[in-house]
Design a protein around this ligand. Sequence first.
Ligand code: IFM
Length: 461
Amino acid sequence: MTLPPLPGSLPAFPPGFLWGASASAFQTEGAAGTDGKGPSGWDEFAGRPGRIKDGSDGSLGTGFYDRYREDVALLAALGAGAFRFSVSWPRVVPGGTGPVNPAGLDFYDRLVDELCAHGITPVPTLYHWDTPLPLEQAGGWLNRDTAHRFAEYASTVAGRLADRVPMWITINEPAEVTLLGYALGEHAPGRKLLFDALPAAHHQLLAHGLAVAALRAAGAADIGIAVSHTPVLAASDSEQDRFGAELYDTISNWLFADPLLTGAYPDENFAALMPGPVADDLDIISAPLDWYGVNYYNPTLVGAPAPQALDSFSGFEMPGELPFGIRKIEGYETTDFGWPVVPDGLRDMLVGLKRRYGDRLPPLCITENGCSYDGIEDARRITFLDGHLRSLHAAMAEGLDVRGYFTWSLTDNFEWIEGYAQRFGLVHVDYPTMRRTPKDSYHWYREVIRAQRDLRRPLPG
Ligand code: IFM
């Protein structure tokens, strides 16, 4: 196998840098109704006719619930230092509140033990979009009560796992849940509330803050959150395009990061639209974090609403009912998902975070970065990962304190409304048999990790 570029030629990352891979419960576990698991909003949504492009419903995932040992063995052979997975809230608390499902907790207990037995750090995310259905039906993230139920659940999970889990993530990508799930209705729960979706943002932030306190009280430490970030470029210099781009930038980048890192919303107008005792909530939301997780895929070109020029940022179509429109970025390679490949965007984004937050920026971790390409001979994924690791290193050489990198994803999995069509894995999954086959990129990443372990040199300067 000849695999350019050579992993050994990557610059050295600092000693102790965490090399990992990511996954989530709904996208992989399957076992939708097994061992007392309750339904989630995504189970219900994916079951609605026509919602998932390939007609699948995610109920089988990648069979991870039954095959987790096989996947941990793949992680071990990869040399991964950490595995980011998510805990399914409806598997642990099927009703969203009330009785805990012991079999659900047992599953994560076994998974954590298996990871520890292989010397792999377990990094659970407590919420990766699968809200227990009863809570979703009671308003989901529009309902302030959901935040309190989330903190209870966080406490339950930490009570069982904190003795072996050294690093925690509260919530994954609250912006996507708000925008795709509640504002545009493309994802679960399929609500199309446009700006009336903003309470879902506030309540996820509050849930995060309450969960940080609950986790610490239950003995958990090293707590972060995974937030998506995208450098936003204006489609042109026109006033309308700049307005659209600035608004999108605020919503996708700062609506979540600012409250978390500064204790304030980026704009008075947004703060005024949030429910509850906002000032008190912001104190809870901005509780100091041990680290801050960045999910980066690509920059986004944004202008005034232009329905005819739509392109996929997250596989959804912007309906032109919000005062901005996403455009296709020309001049770059694209992944099979149509996303532009712009490695420098990662460095730009990280440097931008430092510029905005200065000393208030905690140590960072790249909690997701990856690409959708078909095939087991996936040289394009290698090029993608190589470019992004170089870009990450460039940001670190400029002073960014980044502690780890988790590629999305260990295996191919259920890519939300795309179904199984988009393949982000280092490991190919043959869905009819669930057979796993490591791709070329898996072998490449294994060599990267091995070479980095051998280098063990500090960053220059
Ligand atoms: O698969 C998703 C993941 O669940 C959240 N972040 C983006 C990934 C790729 O779309």
